[in-house]
Design a binder for this molecule. Structure first.
Ligand SMILES: Nc1ncnc2c1ncn2[C@@H]1O[C@H](COP(=O)(O)OP(=O)(O)OP(=O)(O)O)[C@@H](O)[C@H]1O
Ligand code: SF4
Ligand SMILES: [Mg+2]
Length: 324
C-alpha cells in the first residue's frame, strides 16, 4: 500500500439486524454494502448522498465506533477492522476523532467547556494544567475566547457549540477526523465560517478528513476526492472537480439537480428523482440499486450489479451505461 494513503477500506460491509413484520422476522439493513476507498494523508475525502444512504455508518465504522460485519480497514497500513475494544480505545484517543452533525446533543449540557475539552486528554493521562492550556489554545484557534472555558454549552449559539465540538476533536492531536455533516444543523449564516475553519485547521495541523454531506456543492468545495453514496454503495468517485463538473452516474446528476444552485444552467442537467419508487428498494437487491430512478435503465440493470470501474483517469462509476 502506498505511504501517502492514511486510510484504506476494502469491501466494507455493515449490516444492522432488525426485526420486521408480525412474526418479528430477523432481517438486515445493509447500511454499508461493499465499500472500498482510499483516503490520502492531508486530504479530504468527501462523501455525498441522501439521508439514510450510509454516510454516518461508514464514518463510524472507519473510526471503529461500530463493529463491522466484514471487510478490511487499514490505518497507516495496519488492519484495524478487527481490533479489540481496548485497542480501539487507544486508536481513537490517539489518532481518530469525530465532529458530530448535531452540536446541540454532542456536548454534555452539565459540563463546563473546560471539562468537555479536557476529557479526550484525560483519557491519555494528561495533567489538569496540560488540559487547560491546550483547551485555551484550541479555543483560540477555533475563534473563541479562553474566558469561555468556564461556561456551559447552553450559553453558546449553534455555530459556537460546533466550534467547541471541533476544538474537542482536536485536543488529542488526531491525524484523521470524521466530519459527519458538521454544518447541516447550523444556521446558513454560520455554515461558511465553520467550513472555512475546518479548512484552516486542516492546513495548520495537517489533518486528514472524511467529510460527509448531502450537498454536492459543499462537498466539492471541501474535498480533494468525492465518493457518491447510494443505498450503502459508492456509485461514483473521483477527483472532486471531475465528479462535480462532469457527473457520470445518473444519481449524481440527481444530486446536482437538488442543489439550490446559483448556477441554473447546472440544474438543467439533472433528472427528477422519484422518491416513492426509490423507497422500495426490496426489489432491486439483485441489480443496480438505482434502477427505478434511472432514465437509462435496461433489462440487465435489474439482473446484475454494476461494479465501480475507472472510465476516465481518476473518475470511477458503477453504471452499465458507461462500462457496458
Ligand atoms: N444503529 C442502527 N441500527 C439499525 N439501523 C441503523 C442504525 N444506524 C443506522 N441505521 C440504518 O442504516 C442506514 C444508513 O444510516 P446512516 O445514519 O448511516 O445514513 P446517513 O447517510 O448518515 O443519513 P443522514 O444523512 O440522515 O445522516 C439507514 O437505513 C438507517 O436507518
Ligand atoms: S446501471 Fe443501469 S439502472 Fe443503474 S444507474 Fe446505470 S443505467 Fe441506470
Ligand atoms: Mg448521517
Amino acid at each position: 500500500m502506498r505511504d501517502d494513503i492514511l486510510i484504506s477500506v476494502e469491501n466494507l460491509k455493515k449490516y444492522f439486524p432488525v426485526r420486521r413484520g408480525i412474526l418479528k422476522e430477523k432481517k438486515y439493513i445493509e447500511a454499508v454494502d461493499g465499500v472500498s476507498l482510499d483516503i490520502h494523508k492531508g486530504e479530504t475525502f468527501g462523501l455525498v448522498g441522501e439521508s439514510g444512504c450510509g454516510k454516518s455508518t461508514l464514518g463510524k465504522c472507519i473510526i471503529r465506533m461500530y463493529d463491522i460485519t466484514s471487510g478490511e480497514i487499514y490505518f497507516k497500513n495496519k488492519e484495524i477492522g478487527k481490533l479489540k475494544s481496548n485497542e480501539i480505545k487507544s486508536l481513537r484517543n490517539n489518532s481518530m476523532q469525530i465532529v458530530f452533525q448535531d452540536p446541540y446533543s454532542a456536548l454534555d449540557p452539565s459540563w463546563t467547556v473546560a471539562k468537555i475539552l479536557s476529557e479526550p486528554l484525560m483519557q491519555k493521562k494528561a495533567s489538569t494544567k496540560e488540559c487547560i492550556e491546550k483547551g485555551k489554545y484550541l479555543l483560540n484557534k477555533v475563534g473563541m475566547n479562553e474566558m469561555d472555558m468556564e461556561k456551559h454549552p447552553y450559553e453558546f449559539s449553534g455555530g459556537q457549540k460546533q466550534r467547541i465540538g471541533i476544538a474537542r476533536a482536536l485536543m488529542a492531536n488526531p491525524e484523521f477526523v470524521v466530519c459527519d455533516e458538521p454544518i447541516s444543523a447550523l444556521d446558513v449564516s454560520v455554515q461558511a465560517q465553520v467550513i472555512n475553519l475546518l479548512k484552516d485547521l486542516q492546513e495548520e495541523f495537517g489533518l486528514t478528513y472524511l467529510f460527509t454531506s448531502h450537498d454536492l456543492s459543499i462537498v466539492q468545495y471541501m474535498s480533494d476526492w468525492i465518493g457518491v453514496m447510494y443505498s450503502g454503495k459508492i456509485v461514483e468517485s473521483g477527483y472532486s472537480k471531475k465528479v462535480y463538473e462532469n457527473p457520470l452516474h445518473p444519481y449524481t446528476k440527481v444530486l446536482l439537480a437538488a442543489i439550490p444552485s446559483i448556477y441554473p444552467e447546472k440544474r438543467k442537467e439533472g433528472i427528477p428523482l422519484n422518491l416513492e419508487i426509490l423507497d422500495d428498494l426490496s426489489n432491486v437487491h439483485k441489480g443496480c440499486p438505482f434502477v427505478y430512478g434511472c432514465e437509462y435503465a435496461e433489462e440487465h440493470c435489474r439482473e446484475c450489479k454494476p461494479l465501480l470501474q475507472e472510465v476516465q483517469s481518476g473518475h470511477f462509476v458503477a453504471c452499465f451505461h458507461y462500462s457496458g
